[in-house]
Design a protein around this ligand. Structure first.
Ligand code: ARG
Length: 439
């Protein structure tokens, strides 16, 4: 079942045959492969390279293959080299001699390139939708929880923020992720079909027709580049890696926040697991897996970058190795986005523990310094004064807000009764640009 036996005197080694076959991996391109072939037949008819009757026969044959696959009457397996061979051989078996005209003015090199672009385009839209779902869930959880929590730098309590503002930071990351994918999609929106093996074809084909039917902006400008370009996969895998980096950071926070030490959130039972030995354990496996799978997605990107780096123009069989990393990167990113959306939707927020952590952290120290500045103290001096007030509080095991006015005045004479208003955590959120934290 080969497409190229003619110039060979001897049979291919069996081991080599299975080593060479990509069918198990590229079978998922079947819809794109048939769509590409349907557009190619239409173009061959319009360019008068095959007759209308031949075209009709091929289109009916291709559609019957599609229908049989969808109805589970035809299974994509067997000793075919790849999905392109599978479809072509099946077409010839179904419609006979006319089927042998399908591959006129086409090579598997431009065929696989068009299949992958179509598939990558379709799946990128799915990733964008999954990102949007996560954004909606983040926004909803954020709006429901405008509660105060410690904001951290160096993982040390720094200043008061809100859980809402913290979650919305991830919303922004996801927004950039969508724009990056959109950009990659617009760059890759060119039709490689018609490049042939590498040098076009002597037939008078019309690449605008296939571009239009397949929904591409335009045909590629350069044939050698058209068949050997895998930038669009690398670019999407870079976008997916950045998406995963964001999901991994969020996972890390959920893992920390759900620990006994923090107890800020609770990941729902549905997305946690237990330990086989320690009966009390409730582990955040879902978030840990997302964090772990991030490494896998980075690895896929590195794998294809490395595959491509030394390849001369144009097509080389090495490029068949683009599929596993791309598909894995795509599938992993999609499933992680879906799981993260579920984790967020079902997340329980422990308002009291967040508030208590705010109180225990001198998180109004910067507000106190700002207060002193308003009373005429230069900021650098105010910083020093507040530092000594914090030491006093530590020595007396008190929060700044627990000090009496006498104590405060003894530490800094410019402090007045209005200080309490100023260092109140909730009220400080309405002051200045900080009010954005509760918007
Ligand atoms: N299975 C091949 C791939 O994925 C299709 C192109 C084969 N072209 C060739 N000249 N052998 O790259």
């Amino acid at each position: 079942m080969k497409l190229w036996g003619g110039r060979f005197r001897n049979d291919e080694n069996k081991l080599m045959e299975s080593f060479n076959s990509s069918l198990a991996i590229d079978k998922r391109l079947v819809y794109e492969d048939i769509a590409g072939s349907l557009s190619h037949v239409k173009m061959l008819v319009e360019s008068k390279i095959v007759t209308g009757a031949e075209g009709k026969k091929m289109i009916e044959g291709l559609n019957s293959i599609l229908a049989d696959i969808e109805n589970n009457n035809l299974f994509i397996d067997g000793e075919y080299e790849d999905i392109h061979s599978f479809v072509e051989v099946n077409l010839i078996e179904r419609i006979g001699e006319t089927g042998k005209k399908l591959h006129t003015a086409r090579s598997r090199n431009d065929q696989v390139a068009v299949d992958m672009r179509l598939y990558a385009k379709k799946k990128s839209s799915e990733v964008m939708e999954a990102i949007e779902l996560l954004q909606n869930r983040l926004k909803k959880k954020a709006d429901e929880n405008p509660v105060i929590m410690p904001g951290y730098t160096h993982l040390q309590r720094a200043q008061v923020v809100t859980f809402k503002h913290h979650l919305l930071a991830y919303y922004q990351m996801m927004d950039r992720d969508k724009r990056r994918i959109q950009n990659a999609m617009s760059i890759m929106d060119e039709n490689p079909l018609g490049c042939g093996a590498l040098a076009g074809t002597t037939h008078h084909i019309n690449r605008e027709i296939t571009a239009k039917v397949l929904g591409f902006e335009k045909p590629v400008d350069n044939f050698l580049d058209g068949v050997s370009d895998r930038d669009y996969l690398l670019e999407l895998m870079s976008c997916f890696s950045i998406v995963m980096m964001h999901l991994s950071r969020l996972s890390e926070e959920l893992i920390l926040w759900s620990s006994q030490e923090f107890q800020f959130v609770e990941i729902d039972d549905a997305y946690s697991t237990g330990s086989s030995i320690m009966p009390q354990k409730r582990n955040p496996d879902s978030a840990e897996l997302i964090r772990g799978k991030t490494g896998r997605v980075y690895g896929s990107l590195l794998s294809l970058l490395t595959t491509m780096k030394g390849l001369p123009l144009a097509y080389n069989k090495d490029m068949q190795e683009d599929k596993e990393p791309f598909f894995d990167s795509l599938d992993t990113t999609l499933s992680c986005l879906v799981i993260m959306s579920e984790i967020i939707a079902t997340l329980k927020v422990n308002k009291e523990n967040m508030e208590n952590a705010v109180k225990a952290g001198f998180l109004n120290a910067t507000d106190l310094a700002d207060y002193l500045v308003k009373k005429g103290v230069p900021f650098r001096d105010a910083h020093g004064v507040v530092g000594s007030i914090v030491i006093y509080c530590e020595d007396h095991e008190k929060g700044i807000e627990d000090l009496t006015l006498e104590e405060l005045k003894s530490l800094c004479t410019v402090i007045d009764e209005d200080i309490y208003e100023y260092i109140n955590y909730q009220k400080s959120l309405n002051r200045g640009i900080k009010s954005k934290l509760v918007e």
